[in-house]
Design a protein around this ligand. Structure first.
Ligand SMILES: [Fe+2]
Ligand SMILES: [Fe+2]
Length: 246
């Protein structure tokens, strides 16, 4: 049994949106997803998909993308990404009813993997605009947007704490924490998300959202304050799911 993760499949079977323009790695990326996930993930394994699943804006526009995810091997757990318009934050329970036994939607709840609780939420991080001088040094940022970001971070922190607390109340002591957004942005060394991971003793924080060479280093990768941070954006992994726990 193994726990895998990958994010940002950005499927567009129905929306008809191609990702080819974003570089070679995205060419026929859905074929790569199918090939590598099928090679690596066994039916008894768990695969957490960390958001940005579909370009469809409403659930009926995502049916083919979600059906594709269903055909992948293993138990599939989905996190909300910023592009997942089909997933209204208040309708997670309804989605879990509708896709019961096929897909699990992780938000304000938790999933179980052996003696671990899998907790998570979309998260949020301020992504600018940042202002640079002509040498590329950071000179400032949009402060109004940064203030708005604090509000979104607080809302996401409540959802995340809810997830942790439910798992704790159910007796879990070991946690793997999933986010769609990176836990910190380029201005931060720590954030409320890194602090909560340390507070609950999460063994790993798994996130995606960062696309392209220039963004892969935006947040923490590797071990920091005893927590393992993993970037699992599909393009970063070249669409080979990352092993979180053997
Ligand atoms: Fe994405
Ligand atoms: Fe994203």
């Amino acid at each position: 049994m193994a726990l895998y993760a990958m994010g940002d499949l950005h499927l567009g079977f129905q929306a008809g949106k191609s990702m080819d323009m974003f570089g070679r790695v995205w060419k026929h990326h859905e074929r790569k997803i199918k090939k590598y996930v099928t090679q690596m993930v066994k039916p008894e394994d768990t695969l957490v998909l960390t958001g940005d699943h579909s370009w469809g804006r409403k659930l009926p526009e995502c049916q083919e993308d979600l059906a594709f995810i269903e055909t992948l091997p293993g138990r599939k757990i989905l996190l909300r990404g910023n592009h997942d318009m089909f997933w209204d934050a208040k309708k997670t329970q309804r989605l879990n009813g509708e896709f019961s036994g096929r897909l699990f939607f992780l938000q304000n709840n938790f999933a179980i993997y052996e003696d671990y609780a899998l907790v998570g939420t979309k998260g949020f991080t301020f992504e600018g605009p940042f202002y640079l001088d002509r040498w590329g040094n950071l000179t400032g940022w949009d402060e109004k947007k940064e203030q708005q970001a604090h509000k979104l971070v607080r809302r996401e922190m409540n959802r995340l704490r809810d997830s942790f607390e439910q798992a704790k109340a159910a007796g879990f002591l070991k946690f793997i924490m999933f986010l769609h957004y990176p836990p910190t942005n380029i201005l931060e060394k720590t954030s409320p998300f890194t602090e909560i991971a340390e507070e609950y003793g999460a063994e790993a924080v798994v996130y995606s959202h960062c696309h392209g060479e220039r963004r892969y280093g935006d947040s923490i990768r590797g071990t920091y304050h005893g927590v393992r941070y993993m970037l699992v954006s599909g393009d970063y992994l070249e669409f080979r799911p990352a092993l979180v726990l053997p």
